[in-house]
Design a protein around this ligand. Sequence first.
Ligand code: ZN
Length: 279
Amino acid sequence: MKLLRHGPAGQEKPGALDALGQARDLSLLIPDFTPEWMSPAKLQALAAIDLSRMPLVPEGTRLGAPVAGVRQFVAIGLNYRKHAEEAGLEIPKEPVVFTKAITCIAGPNDDVELPEGSQASDWEIELGFVIGTQARNVSVAQALSHVAGYCLANDISERDWQLKRNGQWSKGKSFDGFGPIGPWLVTRDELPDPQSIALELAVNGQTRQQSNTADMIFPVAEIVSYLSQFMTLLPGDLVITGTPAGVGLGAKPTPVFLRRGDVMTLDAGPLGTQRQRVV
Ligand code: ZN
């Protein structure tokens, strides 16, 4: 299934794409896609709904992030070799982990507001996933069974706050709107191999990032297992898996950062597309 949430920010209702790719409203049956709806039993119940009988969501309706009530938003850094190189950083021996504030989560096509005085806001296309069942000390072999599904994410990053203000990267990663997620959550049954997704991001029509999740240093299964060794992952938790080369910070001869009026377009094949205007 492709699960989505539609409506104004803060008032989203649950929905799903039907066989023809049309968004259907599920709010008559379900209040919202809160974390408990990410469990295998609930996802199975959702899959049994005859979507063709549900009301159509009017075209042009805003989409929100496809999961509600996220409690933890974890991100992996430097998970593609060429990106570590362009950032001038060592290729990690273990996953680099940081968090984004849950308040940065936004819809896939929402405008992105530049922080006050920002000179170094940057883009990062990433594969994201949502946890379906609690994961604590899980093996790599068992890891994917804890994943509800996959989604597209833009890990927007203010590089001055991230790299020049001391301490953790979270500072540059957590501004409101810096976490566009969606358009859909593709449930795991529809995407058994998360390591074969083409990712492409353009700014003002110019391709900046072009890669494939096959190039990730630590694949999804290893990430889930690794995180679960030192924290309990909860249903509904959102994890993003690192960005490939081509961010503005790595542009040669000089970095290129976002300016008011720029448009970012992201494409992740079966995970859908995003489009954000910088304001
Ligand atoms: Zn990132």
